[in-house]
Design a protein around this ligand. Structure first.
Ligand code: ADP
Ligand code: MG
Length: 334
């Protein structure tokens, strides 16, 4: 299990995004190498330990290359990405893609099945009409007209042929709820293959730690969703993936209503039954997709789902700031 204890600081009842807490490492840092970057539209942070400095630095470069590769294939913002080509052409017939993209889309469809459609990469059929930076959103009539295009059953993947087709016009897909976790997980695989036994990789809200740090677990803090300096829960983790989804990452407020980047596929509107969701488990691809999923499902249905997945745990902050823990964490609650 990931967590030996949980502690909640202060009297606050709200929490959110994962922060890696800077450990007191003065004088104990030799062999550790770090790098920050901005890739896939998000902040990347990599920390690697190895006695061989050249190997450690090569390992960091391999991770950043992998992230650039995934961005080139899957970015919705690059007209030349495979994903953009799929969105332009897949309603006309099967579009050849790399086996890697076909596999990740297939996994996304499996998560849709698991979450009864709360996770749905066709959310983008309406999602692309929102501009969080400029405070733009589609009107109610536009949403109603486009809503039938949100349905993962419209997406057909042929693994053997490595093609993707859409069953209907107006369908778009976006892997923003799973690709960063996938990139982190792939990076961890590459690091292990290079003999790295202690590392941390994070891409936005998706983090994976390999091994421990100076003989102790990594300490992950969960952020207050309405106070970026407030930390509400600390968890020791080792060989674990942690993903957080929050409504404070990309959003605008209008007439007291928050419009943000996680869309309920049932309505085409932002999901509003949670402020933040953190998932812990063995695979960052899954913790990423599940954090987005639970944000849509809300605390009751979300925790019920996680309690059916023995390897995964969740902390949900509901719309009123109340905390909900999956059963594997509940015994550790203060
Ligand atoms: P972040 O991108 O901030 O790390 P998340 O992991 O929570 O956050 O993913 C949010 C992203 O997931 C959105 O920016 C969007 O690309 C995508 N998304 C939004 N709603 C859904 C949904 N219902 N199903 C699948 N993906 C979604
Ligand atoms: Mg996610």
């Amino acid at each position: 299990m990931c967590c030996n204890f949980m502690s909640r600081s202060g009297t606050s009842t709200v929490l959110a995004a994962v922060l890696l807490l800077a450990a007191a490492t003065a004088g104990a840092d030799s062999g550790w190498y770090r790098q920050d970057a901005a890739i896939m539209g998000t902040a990347i942070h990599v920390e690697v330990y190895h006695e061989d400095a050249a190997l450690a630095q090569r390992a960091i470069a391999v991770v950043l290359d992998e992230m650039h590769h995934i961005d080139r294939v899957m970015s919705p913002f690059r007209p030349d990405s495979e994903l953009s080509r799929v969105n332009r052409e897949a309603a006309l017939g099967p579009v050849p893609v790399s086996p890697e993209l076909a596999r990740l889309i297939e996994r996304a469809l499996q998560v849709s099945e698991l979450t009864t459609g709360a996770f749905d990469i066709t959310f983008a059929s309406i999602g692309y009409l929102y501009d969080y930076r400029d405070g733009k959103r589609p009107d109610a009539q536009t949403v109603q007209q486009a809503l039938p295009a949100i349905d993962y059953h419209h997406v057909h993947v042929d693994q053997a042929a490595a093609t993707v087709a859409f069953a209907s016009r107006g369908v778009r897909i976006d892997l923003g709820g799973i690709a960063k976790g996938y990139a982190v997980e792939q990076s961890a695989l590459l690091l292990r293959g290079m003999g790295i036994r202690h590392a941390m990789i994070s891409a936005g809200g998706d983090t994976r730690v390999i091994g421990d740090r100076h003989g102790r677990p990594w300490l992950v803090g969960i952020r207050h969703p309405r106070d970026e300096h407030g930390i509400l829960t600390r968890m020791p983790v080792q060989d674990e993936a942690v993903s957080t989804s929050g409504d404070y990452e990309r959003f605008f407020d209008e007439d007291g209503v928050r419009y943000h980047h996680i869309i309920d596929p049932a309505t085409g509107d932002s999901a509003r039954s949670a402020l933040s969701v953190t998932i812990l488990g063995p695979d960052t691809t899954m913790t990423d997709a599940l954090s987005t999923s639970l944000f849509v499902l809300g605390p009751q249905r979300g925790i019920a789902l996680i309690d059916r997945l023995p390897e995964y745990e969740a902390v949900v902050v509901d719309a009123r700031g109340g905390l909900h823990y999956s059963s594997g964490l509940a015994p550790h609650q203060p």
